[in-house]
Design a protein around this ligand. Structure first.
Ligand SMILES: *Cc1c(COP(=O)(O)O)cnc(C)c1O
Length: 346
């Protein structure tokens, strides 16, 4: 199916806001076009609405053309745009496995789009026939998160491939945790699958959760409509500068990822020595999903010791589970000694 036939009719015919900085390209000495303050504060000018410098660096690093990159105020902006660009409120639906990242469902509700959840299998893989059965002629989007949050595992590449070939709508693969896994990004497949959208973020491995920068990689037609719908200056100048700095220092990120992976391995080795640990699920991310005897009690104990983990006890297929982010070596030591005390007093 052609991309344009999937786009909401009102978005297809939208004439987007054209900012002063959009219309002028070239060299100028005096800017009297945008009602900005003329006095130099370092921040008195509007930022580049299409973030050309950041995209240029990303394009080189990720080997993808600039016109296949969208930058958002976190990946959360891209998630919301998927609904706003493709899904007619009160009519269309989306299909996603469960459990997965909660924002897909929240954004569906905000946009009045039906959200259809299909439970993952017992080993947290896609139930392909269940997913296919949930799709009908009003299904616009399949949400896939790999490595998945909160389960931590990669989804099977051949299952994803099967859905990409089978489904006629948009397939989103959220790769927020890809930098912690050995899996190659699906980004490389956009030429082959023009209805594929790949999401990545600077919030996790890159250590920049507070700057809010998410990336969507997709066919240039998808990116064009994302740009039509987004707020004109969605990425502020400070964020653009931070992103440029971080992307120029890729080695620092890689070193931190290595340390997190070795700390993750240390936790996987240490945790089973406690009697109350039932299971540690395999992780391709910077967190572990851990099944314990009494999740609420363990969570409360850790909280009283000032250690906050994520209680996933009430999440589908995750009863008894805590999701624990891998911290610094010191933080992990403190966590392990708290768990040891908890174990002793049981
Ligand atoms: C953390 C996370 C994100 C990141 O969202 P940002 O808005 O970029 O901070 C996206 N997807 C998943 C699955 C996540 O866990």
């Amino acid at each position: 199916m052609e991309i344009k036939s999937l786009i909401r009719p009102n978005i297809l015919k939208l004439s987007p806001y054209s900012s002063a900085r959009n219309e002028f390209t070239g060299d100028a000495a005096i800017f009297l076009d945008a009602n900005e303050s003329p006095y130099e504060t370092g921040l008195n000018r509007y930022p580049d609405p299409l973030q050309h410098d950041v995209k240029k660096l990303l394009a080189a690093r990720k080997e993808v053309p600039e016109n296949r990159i969208f930058l958002g105020n976190g990946s959360d902006e891209a998630i919301d745009l998927v609904y706003r660009v493709f899904c007619v409120p009160g009519r269309d639906n989306v299909v996603a496995p469960a459990p997965t990242y909660g924002m897909y469902e929240v954004c569906a509700e905000i946009n009045d789009v039906e959200y259809r959840r299909v439970p993952l299998t017992a080993d947290f893989q896609l139930d392909l026939s269940g997913m296919k059965a949930a799709v009908d002629d009003r299904t616009k989007v399949l949400w896939l998160c790999s490595p998945n949050n909160p389960t931590g595992n990669l989804l099977s590449a051949s299952d994803i491939e099967e859905l990409l070939q089978w489904f006629g709508g948009i397939v989103v693969i959220d790769e927020a945790y890809i930098d912690f896994s050995m899996q190659r990004s699906w980004m490389a497949r956009i030429g082959e699958y023009p209805r594929l959208i790949v999401l990545q973020t600077l919030s996790k491995a890159w250590g920049l959760a507070s700057v809010r920068l998410g990336m969507a990689f997709a066919h240039e037609t998808v990116i064009r409509y994302f740009n039509h719908v987004k707020y004109p200056y969605n990425i502020n100048l400070l964020t653009q500068r931070q992103a440029l700095t971080a992307l120029a220092q890729e080695e620092a990120t890689r070193a931190r990822v290595e340390e997190i992976l070795s700390e993750r391995a240390r936790l996987v080795t240490a945790l089973p020595s406690f009697d109350f640990i039932r299971k540690i699920y395999p992780s391709d991310a910077n967190f572990l999903l851990v099944k314990v005897d009494d999740a609420d009690r363990t969570y409360d104990y850790l909280t009283r010791r000032g250690i906050i983990v994520r209680n996933r006890n009430r999440v589908q297929l995750c009863s008894g589970c805590l999701r624990i982010t891998v911290g610094t070596p010191d933080e992990n030591r403190t966590l392990l000694s708290a768990l040891e005390s908890f174990n002793k007093q049981l």
